[in-house]
Design a protein around this ligand. Structure first.
Ligand SMILES: [Zn+2]
Length: 344
C-alpha cells in the first residue's frame, strides 16, 4: 500500500508536520543542525530498523560526498545520536499527531482503507499497550516504575500504539500513540485504561462516526471503558476472560443450563485435518455484578483439532451477535496485532 501512495508523498506529510514544530533553542547561537535534520535522521534510523544507520551514512558521506539520508530522507546534515536527543528531547511528540491524521484521511479518501473494512464498513482499531524504554539506572519524572522482589527498581515508559488492522491483511496502519503516564493511576492497568480513554476522547471527531470498532484485551472490557466508547460513537470488541468477569460468567452458566446460549459449529479443512470452529454467544447480559450494570453481548470461539483445543478466546461487544455475524465477529482473531502475548 505504501508503494502505491508513494514513500515520497508520505514523507512529504512528515516534512510538513516538522515545518510546524518550533525550535526550543531560539536564542542559542550554536545551531549547527536544524530540528528538521534531527527529526528526519531519527525517523530514518527507525524506518531502516538499524541502529548504525546514521553512522554508516556519515561515513558514506565523508567518502562519497553524498548518502542515503540525503537522497531518501532529505536530511541536509546528519546529527549524532546525542545531538538528536539534545535537540528533540524538549519537543513534545504531540506536535506530530497531525501527520498520522492527515495520512489516515488521505488513505481513506483515496480508497486504500477499503480492504480493511469488515462488518459492513467498519474499521478495526486495535488498542495495545507496549513498553518502549526500560532501565534500572536511567529515569526521569515521566517514568513508570516497578519494584522487584529483590528490591531493585525498573523504570520504564509505555504507550498505547493503536493501529488499523484487518483479518487477512498482513500490514497494519499505525495511528498516533497515547503515552501512558505514571500519574494516571496506581496500578499498571489503570494507567493504560486512562491513556486509552484519552486517546478515544481525542479521536471522537476523526473516528466517532459509528464506523470504527475498537479492539482491546481483557483490561478494556470493563463498564467505564465500554460506556465511554459507545457514548462517543465507537463500537467495541474486547476480550472477556472468566477470571475477571465472574458475574457475567455466572449468568452464562445459568443461561446455558436453560439452553439459552446459542451455538454454531463450522468444519474447516486444514491440510489433511479438519479444524472445528465452535461458536457460542448470548446477547443482553450484564457486564458486571454491581448496579447499574450495562448490558453487553458475549461470544466465544473454540477451535479443536483431533479433539484437542488449539485456540480459545471470548469477547464482549456492543453489536448483537447472531448466526449471520458470529463468524465475522470472531474472525478478527487473525488480525496481526490481536492476541499478542502480554507481559504478566
Ligand atoms: Zn522516564
Amino acid at each position: 500500500m505504501i508503494e502505491v501512495l508513494g514513500f515520497t508523498a508520505l514523507l512529504g506529510y512528515l516534512q510538513a508536520g516538522i515545518a510546524k514544530m518550533s525550535d526550543p533553542r531560539k536564542d542559542s547561537p550554536n545551531k549547527q543542525y536544524s530540528v528538521k535534520d534531527a527529526v528526519l535522521s531519527a525517523f530514518g534510523a527507525f524506518f531502516m530498523q538499524c541502529e548504525s544507520f546514521l553512522e554508516y551514512q556519515r561515513q558514506l558521506n565523508s567518502r562519497k560526498g553524498r548518502d542515503n539520508t540525503q537522497t531518501l530522507f532529505r536530511v541536509a546534515k546528519i546529527p549524532t545520536d546525542n545531538q538528536i536527543r539534545n535537540i528533540l528531547d524538549p519537543i513534545g511528540a504531540s506536535t506530530l499527531v497531525s501527520v498520522f491524521h492527515q495520512i489516515y484521511r488521505v488513505l481513506k479518501t483515496k480508497g486504500y482503507l477499503k480492504p480493511f473494512e469488515v462488518l459492513g464498513g467498519q474499521l478495526l482499531v486495535s488498542l495495545d499497550g507496549t513498553e518502549y524504554f526500560s532501565s534500572q539506572s536511567i529515569h526521569c519524572d515521566q517514568c513508570s516504575h516497578r519494584t522487584h522482589k529483590n528490591g531493585t527498581v525498573t523504570y520504564f515508559h509505555s504507550a498505547i500504539l493503536p493501529a488499523i488492522v484487518a483479518p487477512g491483511q498482513e500490514h497494519v496502519i499505525s495511528l498516533d500513540p497515547e503515552f501512558i503516564t505514571p500519574q494516571d493511576g496506581h496500578e499498571k492497568q489503570d494507567c493504560e485504561i486512562e491513556a486509552a480513554k484519552r486517546w478515544v476522547n481525542r479521536h471522537t471527531e476523526l473516528f466517532g462516526n459509528g464506523q470504527v470498532t475498537l479492539l482491546g484485551d481483557d483490561l478494556y472490557s470493563r463498564q467505564p471503558m465500554c460506556e465511554l466508547v459507545t457514548s462517543l460513537g465507537f463500537h467495541y470488541i474486547f476480550t472477556c476472560l472468566p477470571e475477571s468477569h465472574i458475574a457475567l460468567y455466572d449468568w452464562l452458566k445459568y443461561l446455558n443450563t436453560n439452553g439459552e446460549v446459542s451455538h454454531q459449529s463450522v468444519r474447516v479443512r486444514h491440510g489433511r485435518k479438519w479444524h472445528f470452529y465452535n461458536y457460542r454467544w448470548a446477547n443482553n447480559i450484564p457486564l458486571r455484578d454491581s448496579q447499574p450494570a450495562m448490558l453487553t453481548n458475549w461470544f466465544e470461539l473454540t477451535i479443536t483439532c483431533d479433539e484437542q483445543v488449539i485456540f480459545e478466546n471470548a469477547w464482549v461487544c456492543d453489536r448483537p451477535v447472531s448466526n449471520d455475524n458470529i463468524t465475522e465477529l470472531a474472525d478478527k482473531r487473525s488480525c496481526p496485532m490481536e492476541n499478542r502475548e502480554r507481559e504478566p
